[in-house]
Write a protein that binds this ligand. Structure first.
Ligand SMILES: Cc1cc2nc3c(=O)[nH]c(=O)nc-3n(C[C@H](O)[C@H](O)[C@H](O)COP(=O)(O)OP(=O)(O)OC[C@H]3O[C@@H](n4cnc5c(N)ncnc54)[C@H](O)[C@@H]3O)c2cc1C
Length: 359
C-alpha cells in the first residue's frame, strides 16, 4: 500500500522523465540509453517516493541482493570496494544522484552505504535514498542508523521496519548532536552510545550484519585514544561484525590504529574510509569535522595548485597512493566517501587503481 503523498520528497517527476537532464547542463557525458529504461518502472510507485514518513512504503524485494557484508568480506578473496552515499535533499538532487549511479555502475562496488541524518540532514530522506539504491540494483546496501532524537522503542521499530523491507546490513551509530545543541544528549528513553544500538539490532535480528564506526585519529569526544579503542572493542564484543573508519588522509595513522586494534583483540574487519579530495578548502573542512590531519605533502600540493583541475589531480594522486598502500597492507576493503559524485570515481587514474585489485 503506497503511503499517502505529502510533505516528503516529490522526486518522481525527475525519476520518470530523465529528459530533464537534456535541458540541464549537469551531466558530463550523455546518459546511456538503458538508464532511462531503468528509471521508467518507478512511475507507478509515486506514492512510495513521495512518502512523508520514513519506512511507510515497501522496498521492492525479490531479486534484491542483501548479502550480509560480513559474508562478502569473508568470501571475496580480495579487498572489497564500497561507496558511501548521502540522502539528497531535493527532488532534483535525487534525480541527479540516480544519473550519477548509472555512470558509476561499471565500477561495480561490492556494497554501498547510505547515511542517516548526517550533518543535520532530514532523516526521512534516508529511506527514500535507500529505495533509490535498491530500485537501481545498487546493492547490497548498508542502512546507517543513529540514536539521535529517538527512544529505544522508536529505534526498535525502525530496525524492524528495515528488516521487514529486506535490509540485512545496518551501520549502528550514535550520531552527532544537532549543531545548536553542542554536546550529544540522548532523548529520555534513548541511547547514549552506539553500543546500545548494536545490542538492540543483534537482540532483535541476529542475522542482521552490523557495522560500527572507528576512528584512526581518535573520536573528538574521546577521553583518550586508549578509551576510544576500548569502546570500539566493546562495540565489536557486543556483536558488531565489521568496523568502517572515519575518513583519513594520513595512511600511517590508519595503519597504526589497525595495529593497535588488533593488539587490543579487535578481530572484526576494519575497512578504511577514504575521500577523494578536490581542493585545499575541502580538505580543511574534512579534517575539521573528522578530527584528522592533512599530511604536509598533500597540503603543499593542494596549495600549490593554480587551477581546480590541478588541485583535484593532487587529490587523486594522493588517494591512489593511499589505496595502493592499504591494499598492500592487507586492508579487507576500501570504502570511498564519494559525496554522491561520479566524477572522481571515474577519473582514469583512480579507476585504474581500483581495477588493479577489484576485478
Ligand atoms: C563510517 C562512519 C559513518 C557515519 N555515518 C553517519 C551517519 O549516517 N549519520 C550520522 O549522523 N553520523 C554518522 N557518522 C558520524 C558519527 O555518528 C559520529 O562520529 C558520532 O559522533 C559518534 O558516533 P559513534 O557511532 O562512533 O558513537 P560511539 O561509539 O557511541 O562513540 C562516541 C563517543 O563516545 C565514546 N564512547 C563510546 N562508548 C562509550 C561508553 N560506553 N562509555 C563512555 N564513552 C563511550 C567514544 O569513545 C566516542 O568518543 C559516521 C561516522 C563514521 C566513522
Amino acid at each position: 500500500m503506497p503511503a499517502p503523498r505529502g510533505a516528503g520528497v516529490p522526486a518522481l517527476a525527475f525519476f520518470v522523465n530523465l529528459d530533464i537532464f537534456e535541458h540541464l547542463d549537469i551531466l558530463e557525458t550523455p546518459l546511456p540509453a538503458f538508464s532511462v529504461a531503468r528509471f521508467r518502472p518507478c512511475a507507478p510507485l509515486a506514492g512510495v517516493f513521495s512518502s512523508p514518513q520514513p519506512l511507510q512504503g515497501g522496498i521492492v524485494r525479490g531479486a534484491m541482493n542483501m548479502t550480509p557484508v560480513k559474508e562478502i568480506l569473508a568470501s571475496s578473496g580480495r579487498p572489497t570496494l564500497s561507496l558511501e552515499f548521502y540522502p539528497p535533499r531535493s527532488a532534483l538532487d535525487f534525480g541527479i544522484l540516480g544519473a550519477a549511479i548509472e555512470r558509476m555502475r561499471p565500477v561495480a562496488p561490492d556494497f554501498v552505504t547510505c547515511t542517516y541524518g548526517a550533518g543535520g540532514s532530514a532523516r526521512t530522506f534516508s529511506f527514500d535514498a535507500l529505495q533509490l539504491l535498491v530500485r537501481l540494483d545498487f546493492t547490497p546496501v548498508v542502512a546507517h542508523l543513529t540514536c539521535v532524537g529517538a527512544t529505544a522503542d522508536e529505534l526498535a521499530a525502525h530496525v524492524d521496519q528495515l528488516y521487514a523491507a529486506g535490509i540485512r546490513n545496518i551501520m549502528a551509530l550514535r550520531g552527532d548532536p544537532p549543531r545548536e545543541e553542542g554536546a550529544f544528549r540522548p532523548v529520555p528513553g534513548g541511547f547514549a552510545h552506539a553500543i546500545e544500538l548494536v545490542r538492540l539490532v543483534k537482540d532483535r535480528h541476529p542475522d542482521i550484519c552490523c557495522g560500527v564506526a572507528g576512528y584512526p585519529e581518535v573520536h573528538p569526544e574521546a577521553t583518550s585514544p586508549e578509551d576510544d579503542l576500548r569502546h570500539l572493542k566493546e562495540k565489536v564484543d557486543a556483536g558488531a561484525d565489521f568496523v568502517n573508519t572515519q575518513m583519513f588522509l594520513d595512511t600511517d595513522a590508519f595503519l597504526r590504529f589497525r595495529d593497535r586494534a588488533v593488539a587490543a583483540g579487535i578481530l572484526a574487519p576494519i575497512i578504511p574510509g577514504l575521500m577523494p579530495i578536490v581542493s585545499y578548502k575541502q580538505a580543511m573542512r574534512c579534517v575539521q569535522f573528522s578530527n584528522s590531519v592533512i599530511p604536509a605533502p598533500l597540503a603543499v600540493a593542494l596549495q600549490a595548485a593554480t587551477t581546480p583541475e590541478e588541485a583535484a589531480d593532487a587529490g587523486i594522486r594522493w588517494i591512489v597512493d593511499q589505496i595502493a598502500t592499504l591494499v598492500h597492507e592487507g586492508a579487507p576493503g576500501i570504502h570511498l566517501y564519494i559525496l554522491n559524485q561520479a566524477k572522481a570515481l571515474l577519473n582514469p587514474r583512480l579507476a585504474a587503481a581500483i581495477a588493479a585489485w577489484h576485478a
